[in-house]
Ligand binder design. Structure first.
Ligand SMILES: [Zn+2]
Length: 221
């Protein structure tokens, strides 16, 4: 029997492998308002990122992290992100990464530092993990603003952030020949930590892949 070619037997719009689609929940839009909404101060922007983290906990659909990409000068919201790891069965789907991906779709280029764009920033309720650090590195954002530190996240939730470089912020601040990425730390940190604490109190799932239940000792957090 001659093997069949499953690719040529399929129609032009039928693909062999599943499509990769990540959809932000509708409540994200309730919190952000329409695209382009203005958030004048860095605290306004962080308050939105933290509110997305808080709403994720309230909705019970994701880990307690939120992030947004803004235009630095105008404060216009370009794209929000929340953690969709569990909801979408996707370990890379962290809040910062969703915001970066959404921004790149919104502006129509993979390079958020493209000449035609105003300077853009990532505002995140918690310090980027090892993965999101890498995604920030390649994204083209000119600034990262964060609330809770990676140490806060690990201390308050037991999520693991991975082996970040000890001088991760210095690496971003000076990385020739690439343009620097300014790092601003500790904005509304206590408010972000309160959301992390709340997730822990509610017994929110810690999904560190491959760790199994033994690696989720909430009582040690
Ligand atoms: Zn991450």
């Amino acid at each position: 029997m001659t093997p069949t070619n499953t690719i040529t037997e399929r129609g032009p719009t039928e693909f062999v492998w599943p499509p990769i689609t990540l959809r932000l929940p509708n409540w994200v839009g309730e919190e952000t308002g329409p695209p382009g909404g203005r958030f004048p101060t860095v605290e306004d922007r962080m308050a939105l990122a933290i509110r997305l983290a808080e709403r994720s906990v309230e909705e019970g659909v994701g880990a307690p992290f939120g992030a947004c990409v803004f235009e630095i000068e105008s404060g216009a919201l370009v794209a929000p992100g929340v953690n969709l790891v569990m909801r979408e069965n996707c370990s890379p789907a962290h809040g910062e990464t969703l915001a970066i991906m959404g921004a790149q779709q919104a502006v129509g280029t993979f390079d958020l530092a493209a000449d035609r764009l105003p300077p853009l920033e990532l505002v995140t309720s918690a310090q980027p993990c090892i993965q999101c650090f890498g995604n920030v590195w390649w994204s083209g954002v000119k600034r990262v603003v964060m609330a809770a530190s990676a140490a806060d996240v690990e201390r308050l939730t037991n999520f693991r952030e991975g082996p970040l470089p000890a001088k991760w912020d210095s690496h971003l601040a000076a990385r020739p020949p690439l343009p620097p990425v300014e790092v601003v730390q500790g904005i509304l940190r206590e408010r972000a930590c309160a959301v992390l604490r709340r997730y822990h109190e509610l017994g929110g799932f810690i999904y560190n892949a491959g760790a199994g239940d033994k690696a989720l000792p909430h009582d040690e957090a």
